[in-house]
Design a protein. Structure first.
Length: 404
């Protein structure tokens, strides 16, 4: 029967039943049944999104949610609003948010400006004021060999070294302005300069790879591409294969551990010449974290990154940004289509056996399913033997590191 746009609950239920029947048959990728399953999944998702749309959060509700999440009191918001009376008036909806308040909340609490005003995020605070070069993690940058050992050289000379390091990556314009606008949940007032330094290093390392990259074609990215990438997770060398596949598509992938004081999983951006770059920190060194972060960042490259943007992601943090929500949804769907997840035995009766069976059916690593169960339940003690702890970094070690 020809698949049609869903217009009734009866049609919706019939398609759900057909999807369940197709899932049980585990059709081969690119087969007629597999194509039918993918088409029905898209139709079901479209119907669900139109009938049960996710509304944007109210700005005040978003602030209250973040206060509860971080254990903040009204007094803790005074630095963002100016006075305690303004805090009370805003939270009681008696005073509107000003541009200064929105900017402060976006930077300080990580609440998306889209949520607060329905507009794009304002420029980084560094874009309109002087950069405090002394706040860069100079000692750690020196220890990692990013800049030469400064020893007891004059302060001005140290600043020149850091300025050169940052400007070489194209993050500085003129004397004191950063070209890129930063999104995501990783940036805080205390981590900002460390994130700039890390990102500059990622850009520099990506440029070293450009000789082996093909020219990037934006049309190569699609939901099918994400799914094929996700299915590489079933192989032991899957992370290496995924990086190889992305670089064959013109996307540079850089592994660079996070600097101290930052909570960072990954980043997505484009270099000045338009080359897409994905940076990964491997901060948890787990397969489930690696794969979800990788697909999340590829989704950003596909859907959100423009020449002037950089997404810096702490995937443990919640976000009201629509782009982060979309990247999360695309990553989840690439691994486990929504219509299959809640009907699976791995979800209804989770066990090692049901997880491994579902993973085999989906052609993905059991670590992905175990990681999702842990995330959704909030119980990170579950299935610790399935998430691939200590299975990622060793794949990307150089021979010198392995011998050390």
């Amino acid at each position: 029967m020809e698949a049609k746009v869903i217009r009734t609950e009866e049609q919706y239920t019939a398609y759900l039943d057909e999807v369940q029947a197709l899932i049980s048959q585990a059709p081969k990728l690119s087969s007629q049944k597999s194509e039918r399953l993918e088409l029905l999944t898209v139709l079901l998702e479209s119907y669900e999104n139109s009938k049960y749309p996710v509304e944007s959060p109210d700005p005040i509700d978003a602030i209250l949610f973040r206060m509860n999440e971080k254990g903040l009191k009204q007094a803790d918001l005074v630095p963002y609003f100016g006075t305690s009376s303004r805090v009370s008036e805003v939270l009681n909806r008696k005073r509107p948010l000003t541009v200064q308040m929105i900017r402060a909340l976006t930077i300080g609490l990580g609440i998306s400006a889209d949520t607060l005003v329905g507009a794009s995020l304002p420029d980084s605070p560094a874009a309109k004021g002087d950069v405090d070069w002394s706040k860069f993690p100079i000692k750690e940058m020196t220890r990692r060999g990013w800049i030469e050992n400064v020893g007891k050289v004059a302060k001005d000379s140290i600043e020149d070294l850091v300025k050169g390091f940052i400007s070489d990556a194209g993050l500085q314009f003129g004397a004191a302005s950063f070209r890129k606008t930063f999104y995501g949940e990783a940036e805080t007032p205390t981590s900002r300069y460390a994130l700039y330094a890390w990102l500059a290093r990622v850009i520099q390392k990506a440029r070293d790879k450009k000789g082996s990259l093909v020219e990037y074609d934006a049309d190569v990215l699609s939901a099918s591409y994400l799914k094929e990438l996700a299915q590489l997770s079933r192989f032991d060398a899957g992370p290496l294969l995924a990086v190889e596949q992305l670089e064959k598509s013109g996307i540079a992938v850089v592994i660079e551990p996070a600097l101290k004081g930052t909570l960072l999983d990954g980043a997505a951006l484009k270099d000045a010449d338009g080359t897409p770059i994905i940076g990964l920190t491997l901060r948890y060194d787990r397969l489930d974290n690696f794969w979800y972060t990788l697909i999340h960042e590829v989704a950003h490259i596909w859907k959100h990154v423009t020449d002037g943007d950089a997404f810096l992601d702490d995937l443990d943090a919640s976000s009201e940004d629509r782009r982060e929500a979309e990247a999360n949804r695309l990553a989840r769907e690439a691994f486990i289509p929504r219509v299959q997840w809640r009907r699976s035995e791995a979800y209804t009766s989770p066990s090692k056996e049901s997880i491994e069976k579902f993973a085999k059916d989906l052609k993905i690593s059991p670590a992905i399913i175990a990681g999702r169960l842990r995330k959704e339940s909030g119980n990170y003690g579950l299935f610790s033997d399935l998430v691939g702890q200590n299975q990622v970094r060793k794949l990307f070690q150089s021979p010198e590191e392995c011998e050390a």
